[in-house]
Ligand binder design. Structure first.
Ligand code: F6P
Length: 357
């Protein structure tokens, strides 16, 4: 009998259920008897001892179901990782729940912050196995995270739809893409959707270069221009500010996000009609695409194998087309940023895509 705790933490994404199903199916297929404790709403459930008992049957029919059957939340990581009383108290509560339920292992499905907490619990002596989740694809130690490809599909579809209306009206359109502080999602959706201009945090933009690219297209006979702009895109001037100064600027912003500021500048400087479309959380919703169903099933199975082998303290990762295990201590607290000189960026530039640099 294995007693397994499971939780999904941080922003949700499309293949969380598929990944949990993979873990349980793998163990079930090996004839393992298990008690599954599904903690509700991420680490909150572990802190408060809030869980539901699950059986392998509960994981049937989950392959295509978006969201998470366990619920998720963002526990403010500061309140866990600060060495103050509140932080210590939360960690103590999590340990207490784990030991009270006599868990053999806790399986954590999460992105950057959640992996950091998973590692903290590992340091505290808990048996942890984690799975790489995020639409942002910014987890260190893995080439791919589940949720990413499905989000690329949604964002690409948004850009596809915008093409026809942008053409009809002869407008400049900005599609704002999620991705937090990295540009993986915007870059991939931008290329897949045929965006003319892609602005990502890794390459601070010069608004005049962006405008030049729009005017060049108009001169060459294009009725419209589409920009894929990462929610974390930043101008060359703003990139010179300190973090504190930039935060202050953002908080005094007249615009809901950087895309609207860019739109305003383009409109004022060119006199062209500009519109902004924000697919927002749609990018995290709906069914996982086939790639993510396969990918999440595979990471689930690999986690199941680690559980069977009693190998703890690892995150399942995808490296050089192989599933591997990466020590959690190496993953925690690191971000996988998109290298400015990545070949995909060079290739995108060779397609004629402007990055505003
Ligand atoms: O990390 C996933 C993500 O969707 C980011 O792309 C985005 O910046 C953030 O989460 C949005 O978070 P929330 O759902 O808390 O608004």
């Amino acid at each position: 009998m294995i007693r397994i705790g499971m939780l999904t933490s941080g922003g949700d994404c499309q293949a969380l259920n598929a990944a949990m199903r993979g873990v349980v199916k793998c163990l079930d297929a090996s004839g393992t008897q298990m008690e599954i404790y599904g903690f509700l709403n991420g680490y909150k459930g572990l802190i408060n001892g809030d869980f539901k008992m699950l059986t392998p049957r509960d994981f049937s029919g989950l392959l295509t179901r978006g969201g998470t059957i366990l619920g998720s939340s963002r526990v403010p990581f500061k309140t866990i990782h600060e060495p103050d009383e509140e932080g210590k108290d939360k960690v103590a509560c999590m340990k207490q729940t784990y030991y009270k339920l006599q868990l053999d292992v806790l399986v954590v499905l999460g992105g950057n912050g959640s992996q950091k907490t998973a590692n903290l619990l590992r340091e505290e002596g808990l048996n942890i196995i984690s799975l790489p989740k995020t639409i942002d694809n910014d987890l260190w130690g893995t080439d791919m995270t589940f949720g990413f490809q499905s989000a690329v599909d949604v964002a690409t579809n948004a850009i596809d739809c915008i093409h026809t209306t942008a053409d009809s009206h002869g407008r400049v359109f900005i599609v704002e893409v999620m991705g937090h502080k990295v540009g993986w999602l915007t870059l991939n959706a931008g290329i897949a959707g045929g965006a003319d201009i892609i602005l990502i945090p890794e390459i601070p933009y010069d608004i005049d270069k962006v405008i030049e690219a729009i005017e060049r297209r108009a001169t060459n006979g294009s009725r419209f221009t589409i920009l894929a702009v990462a929610e974390g895109a930043i101008s060359k001037e703003d990139a010179k500010l300190t973090k504190k100064e930039y935060k202050k600027k953002l908080s005094s912003y007249a615009f809901p996000s950087v895309s609207y500021e860019i739109a305003d500048q383009i409109q004022k400087k060119t006199g062209r009609e500009v519109r902004v479309t924000v697919p927002g959380h749609m990018q995290r919703g709906g069914v996982p695409d086939p790639y993510d169903r396969v990918f999440a099933s595979r990471v689930g199975v690999e986690a199941g194998q680690l559980i069977l082998n009693k190998e703890y303290g690892y995150m399942i990762a995808y490296k050089n087309r192989e599933m591997v295990k990466v020590p959690l201590k190496e993953v925690a607290g690191k971000l996988k940023s998109l290298p400015k000189d990545a070949s995909i960026i060079k290739e995108a530039k060779m397609l004629g895509i402007c990055f505003g640099d």
